[in-house]
Design a protein around this ligand. Structure first.
Ligand SMILES: *Cc1c(COP(=O)(O)O)cnc(C)c1O
Ligand code: SF4
Length: 335
């Protein structure tokens, strides 16, 4: 007898995930940039290259400075060590409340639902996070749900990761079923990059799950550059919005990728065109291996001032930094 799970066809997004590019030489070859292979680091600094083919198709061929390529291509600079850089810059380790739960801010708890991501962003602040031990799904949510049950003050649960939508919809349903009887939950939030880098993930099964959740849902996407948005992403956002979810976006301010007023204003405008409002623009956390992406605070403030003069207020992202021990993300302000 064959187990039911093995006869069930795999969703298409999982096939596309498996077919992602994980070899830097192949990526360079596809983009007519094979001559740059000599610049690749010998090792992957503990964080392998990964990018879905549909995301790579949005990169410009022959352009070594393409803003999407620079987000995923391993660089020699990642191996530089820097005295100010940390492995756990934002203090997530200290804020661990239960297996897979990070609690820093009043009323909100963040669940590390999965350690996996469809794309490996070179600037990622979680690149050193001990996912193997800290994924809530690994324990069938038990520890996380037990902790929440004893916390009537938590009214918003944030599914994060890694990427929570890397989990199968069946696994997500298992979680939402376990949370359904917690009376204190008023909102559910998802932090995900999958609808952007692998829009096929937003399939009918996922949308049915979202639409049936008993809480209002906010989905915070992660887009750094307008070039990441194509018709397939616009369609995925339309499907998400049809479930009743609010769509927001967080970006990271990244040197040579989006550190210009033109690039950031185009991003805000094109997000709005597909039904997404800008939420946060993050100053990079000081994480080992990512400092070559850093934009200094004076320049960051200058950029946001330029945006304020160009855009309606509702298209202005809030420029913030995460600081350990603070009760909220810290807004950057002119001295
Ligand atoms: C960023 C973050 C949140 C969410 O903060 P908001 O300002 O509500 O978006 C919650 N918990 C943790 C641990 C976070 O890092
Ligand atoms: S999708 Fe988010 S968590 Fe995953 S590698 Fe990119 S920045 Fe990190």
């Amino acid at each position: 007898m064959i187990a039911a799970s093995s006869t069930r066809p795999q969703p298409r997004w999982q096939t596309l995930w498996r077919e992602s590019i994980t070899d830097a030489h192949e990526l360079l070859h596809l983009l007519d940039l094979a001559h740059l292979a000599g610049n690749l680091p010998a090792a992957d600094a503990g964080f392998a290259l990964r990018a879905p083919r549909g995301f790579v198709a949005r990169m410009r061929r022959g352009d070594a400075r393409d803003p999407l390529l620079l987000q995923v291509l391993p660089q020699l600079a990642e191996c530089d060590s820097h005295p100010a850089a940390l492995l756990d810059a934002v203090g997530d380790g200290a804020a661990r409340a239960a297996p897979g739960v990070i609690h820093k801010y009043r009323g909100r708890a963040l669940l590390i639902a999965s350690g996996a991501c469809a794309v490996h962003c070179r600037y990622c602040f979680r690149r050193h996070f001990p996912y193997a031990e800290e994924t809530a799904a690994a324990q069938h949510w038990r520890g996380a749900v037990d902790w929440l049950r004893a916390r009537p003050d938590i009214d918003e649960l944030i599914l994060s990761g890694g990427d929570p939508l890397s989990l199968s919809t069946a696994k997500l349903t298992e979680l939402s079923d376990a949370l359904r009887d917690l009376p204190q939950l008023k909102r559910m939030r998802l932090h995900t990059r999958l609808p952007v880098v692998l829009p096929e993930r937003v399939d009918a099964e996922l949308c049915a799950w979202l639409a049936a959740l008993p809480w209002p849902v906010a989905i915070v996407l992660h887009v750094n550059h307008a070039q990441e948005l194509d018709a397939s992403v616009a369609d995925a956002c339309a499907r998400l919005r049809a479930t009743g979810a609010q769509l927001l976006n967080q970006s990271v301010l990244l040197k040579r990728i989006n550190d210009s007023a033109d690039s950031l204003s185009a991003l805000s405008e094109q997000l709005f065109a597909i039904g997404v409002l800008p939420y946060y623009l993050h100053q990079l956390d000081h994480v080992q291996g990512t400092l070559h992406f850093e934009v200094d605070d004076a320049r960051a403030l200058e950029l946001v001032d330029a945006l304020r003069q160009r855009l309606p207020g509702y298209l202005l992202p809030r420029l913030v930094r995460e600081e350990r021990g603070q009760p909220a993300k810290t807004p950057l302000q002119n001295p």
